[in-house]
Every structure is written in C-alpha cells, then in structure tokens.
Design a protein around this ligand. Sequence first.
Ligand code: ADP
Ligand code: NI
Length: 216
Amino acid sequence: MEKILIEKAKAFVQDSLKHAEGGHDWFHVLRVYRNALLIAEKEAVDTTTVALGALLHDIADPKFHDGDETLGPRLAREFLQEQNAPGELIEEVIYIIQHCSFGGGFQKAKKPSLALQIIQDADRLDALGAIGIARTFNYGGFKNRALYDPSIPPQQYATKSAYRNSKAPTINHFYEKLLLLKDEMHTTTAKKIAEERHAFMETFLEQFYAEWEGKK
Ligand code: ADP
Ligand code: NI
C-alpha cells in the first residue's frame, strides 16, 4: 500500500467532512475503510485502490450537495492529481465513487469491479446492525422525519429522486433499504457479517413495535 498517499487521503477526508451529518462523517468513512480492508484480506485485489476508494467514497455525497453527482468525483480527482497518483488508479477510484451508492437501487453498476464490490459491501455493512440503526435515526432527525407512523406503509419508489425526496417515517427506511441489503452483498466475508447485523435489526424492530403498542 502507498502509505503516504493513504495518510494524506485520511487527513484530506477528515478535514473535508468536519461539518458532516453524524451518519456520513469521518467516523463513517473510517469504519468503511476498516471493513473494506478486512474484506480485502480474503480477495485478490489491489489494497491501495480499496483503501483510497473507501476513504474517498463519500467525499461529497450528492444528497448533501443538492443532488450534485459530479462534485465528489471532481474533488477526489483534484486531490489524487495533486498527489501525483497514477492515472489508472485515479480512474478506478473515480469509478468506485460514482457507483458505490445504493441510491434506492437505481444506479447499479452492471459488472462491478472487485474493488467496487468490496467497498459497496463495506459501506452497506455500516448501514446494518446497531450502527446502521443509529445512523438511520440520525438521518431521519436531520431531515425532521417522524420515527414511525403506522398509517404510512413502506413503498417502492419509481425514481431515484422520489426515493431521495421521500418524507416517509424513518422506520420505513428499514423496509425500503436496510433489510434488503443482506441479499445484495458480494463477498463471503460481508455476507456473514450482514446476516448477524440483519438479525439484530429484526430483533430491534420487534421490540420497537412491542413498545409502541405498550406490550413490553
Ligand atoms: P444511498 O444513498 O446509497 O442510499 P446513503 O448514503 O443515503 O446510501 O445511506 C447511508 C445511510 O443514511 C443509510 O444507511 C441510512 O442510515 C441513512 N439514510 C439514507 N436515506 C435515509 C432515509 N430516507 N431515512 C433514514 N435514513 C436514511
Ligand atoms: Ni458511505
């Protein structure tokens, strides 16, 4: 791994995300970076690409930048060029940033590269389990959404902008995204971790409804 480049990328991301929403901040990136390197241990993949892709994947998330999908790739390119990173590495990292997001399932890469698969898995693992639950309610609060409203059922969105602009209660996001993720994992390592985190979220939901009804 290109140690100096990775260290510079960490400092760059940490600084860029200092005002980020709590679920998409530097610590999210750090967890994704660690998950990605853990998954990569079992795969024949270039770890520099995985490390940089993970570190830069949320450098300017479109949902916090008026839907602008070009800003993240542009900032990442500028940073990597300044560091004199090889052109091929830059292109692979940009490709990862452009295709990483779940985005309601509307922008699936047709044949994701192995590095992209690993980073998608790592990013999706951070959407599951206890951390996944915490991030989801934080985002719901950030958007001033209700926790739960039994009269508003989960739905399938027709377009990415409908998914993004939904005002549905936060509990609905479990059915619209989080509980679907375990079947979307690419690698064996991530599938295993996802199963456990998925089960934890199901337990959480059962308890949530029981408390809602005053049964526990
Ligand atoms: P994507 O854009 O690929 O769907 P995000 O980066 O938006 O992925 O999702 C990251 C996390 O942000 C989700 O796992 C969830 O915790 C939170 N999040 C995103 N959209 C919503 C939403 N509509 N309601 C609640 N949480 C959300
Ligand atoms: Ni992310």
